[in-house]
Design a protein around this ligand. Sequence first.
Ligand code: FES
Length: 85
Amino acid sequence: PFEVELKKSGEVVTVPEDRSILEALRDAGFATSSSCESGTCGTCKTRLLSGEADHRDMVLMDEEKDDYVMICVSRAKSGRLVLDL
Ligand code: FES
């Protein structure tokens, strides 16, 4: 598991191994936009403020990978991601 911090509310949500970031946020009561939920459409693109993402999508270009994360499929490489949500 790892944590995501939602910068705008200051909330921290734990993402279990068997849930996506998107699912974990929904479980915690946050409304999030998504469509394909398989890392191909781009709808769930979220600004990444800090932390190192384990990118598993097919959408982001290399130069975007420090600043954005697709939360339907991607995860964290280490402890915590801070998202602009
Ligand atoms: Fe389509 Fe995440 S919902 S890329």
